[in-house]
Design a protein around this ligand. Structure first.
Ligand SMILES: NC(=O)c1ccc[n+]([C@@H]2O[C@H](COP(=O)([O-])OP(=O)(O)OC[C@H]3O[C@@H](n4cnc5c(N)ncnc54)[C@H](O)[C@@H]3O)[C@@H](O)[C@H]2O)c1
Length: 297
């Protein structure tokens, strides 16, 4: 297999300014990485609390990098000088690229992209960090479908090397080349999904495994700890599937399963009833303090 990095032509993205919409666990990480690489980055969320939490998290992670001597205090200040909060979507008009990382719901993403299309300058690329929603359909909600692309970062963004790139049916070669160059300029390795099918590459494989782990739990075959230990020790994964589900967010896992089930239409993708129950209970995982496991902080 060849990674895109090895095939890359030396295109420069020329992206100087970016905006991230959605300041949850993914949006905060994407904004941090862009700013750490010298790109002026605005962060917007419809929730002021989320924005505040994201800023606190970024500061905490930068401090941790200083403690580990990976960056200097001056690097931290430089990163923070490239970051700013946006009070309103209209503040993002001049960004060279907007990366969306809001809730995994098609209607919410379609509405947002339609608004961004009206607000942003004509050259702005509109990228989605969606885990499973059709980029082609998101693009169709705009009048610039050739400038819409999927940039699927992995969690936690500052640590994980991969960015999956998803071309919608309408994505232009120029948008693709610029976006791919950007991922490389911020130190990531892109791999491209050649077709815009639900879940692309990583989640098409990963999420059914997580869903199956919930079935194994529901059927009483093993405890959460046993399931995670078996998969860690038996398949050399750094984290078991249930712990990973808590990290991803059970609401996000369920949303992805539902999209697979509805759009691919095969019974093998039906969400596990236990996963549905956990989400109904508000047990969204680490971000909620309770998922399969309980978290102190
Ligand atoms: N969690 C993961 O491991 C992971 C990995 C890769 C991709 N993703 C994708 O990234 C996206 C975000 O996931 P997350 O885990 O960061 O979710 P999250 O719940 O942590 O954060 C979502 C944020 O979006 C905000 N938001 C919701 N609707 C909005 C709107 N219309 N306008 C502005 N802000 C809005 C919320 O206030 C919240 O702060 C999803 O599409 C998800 O599928 C998640």
């Amino acid at each position: 297999m060849t990674k895109d990095k090895e095939n890359s032509s030396q295109v420069e993205s020329n992206i100087r300014s970016a905006a991230v919409v959605g300041a949850g666990q993914m949006g905060a990480g994407i904004a941090q990485v862009l700013a750490q690489n010298g790109i002026a980055t605005q962060l917007y969320d419809q929730s002021a609390d989320a924005l505040q939490r994201a800023n606190a998290l970024i500061r905490k992670l930068l401090d941790r990098q200083i403690e580990k001597e990976k960056i200097s205090p001056a690097d931290k200040e430089a990163t923070l000088s490239h970051l700013s909060d946006a009070a309103d979507l209209s503040d993002l008009a001049q960004a060279d690229i907007v990366i969306e990382a809001i809730i995994e719901r098609p209607d919410a993403k379609h509405e947002l992209f339609s608004k961004l299309d009206e607000i942003c300058k004509p050259q702005t690329i509109l990228a989605s960090n969606t885990s499973s929603i059709s980029i082609t359909k998101i693009a169709a909600a705009t009048n610039r479908p050739e400038k819409v692309i999927g940039l699927h970062f992995m969690n936690p963004v500052p640590v994980m090397e991969l960015v999956e790139i998803i071309r919608g049916l309408q994505t232009s070669d120029e948008t693709y080349a610029i976006s791919k160059a950007l991922t490389q300029e911020i130190g990531k390795t892109p791999v491209t999904a050649r077709f815009d099918y639900p879940g692309f590459i990583v989640n098409r494989i990963l999420v059914p495994m997580i869903n199956e782990a919930f079935f194994v739990l529901m059927e009483g075959i093993a405890t959460p700890e046993e399931i995670d230990a078996a998969m860690k020790l038996g398949t050399n994964q750094p984290m078991g599937p249930l712990q990973l589900a808590d990290f991803v967010g059970l609401d996000t896992c369920l949303a992805i399963c539902q999209i697979f089930h509805n759009e691919i239409g095969e019974d093998k993708y039906r969400p596990c009833p236990l996963l549905i129950k956990y989400v109904e209970a508000g047990w969204y995982g680490r971000k909620a303090g309770r998922g399969v496991y309980t978290y102190e902080e």
